[in-house]
Write a protein of this length. Sequence first.
Length: 169
Amino acid sequence: MTSKKAGFPQNIVMLLQKIEDGILVGLLLLMIFVAVLQIFLRNLFDSGILWGDPLVRTMVLWIGLIGAMVASRNNHHISIDVISRFLPVQIKKLTNLIISIFTTLVCVIMAYHSLVFVMMERNNGALAFANIPAWICESILPISFVIISFRYLLFSFTCLFKLFKRIPQ
């Protein structure tokens, strides 16, 4: 029996995926804890953590975008799959290529404009909560769109190879 070990690049990818998953789970647990603590403090003591609500809103943003990064790992974005079931294989491969390229372009545009936004926030010196600069809370925007862009660029190359080679779907 021979065991096939994952190569170094595959190990790096697996490690990065575990880090993504860990951050996502950690943020979700922390968000639930802060939200429950806020409810508890408000109902029992008529007070709460002053920056608790903005923190929860920021964590919702981070969880949503990290969740989008995780979904983009395996090309699990929202799609309407009514027509593609009935397409011939070659047309389906071409459609997947076009969708991947379009998704890459949209995410690159989003990454650029969100980076401009974050840099403007940094220059303005706005605070989000508890003396934390707003740009730090918003920094997940360009980071996530760059990662999603890169993943869909790789999917585009994979689709291109599948289109011209006899690689099974």
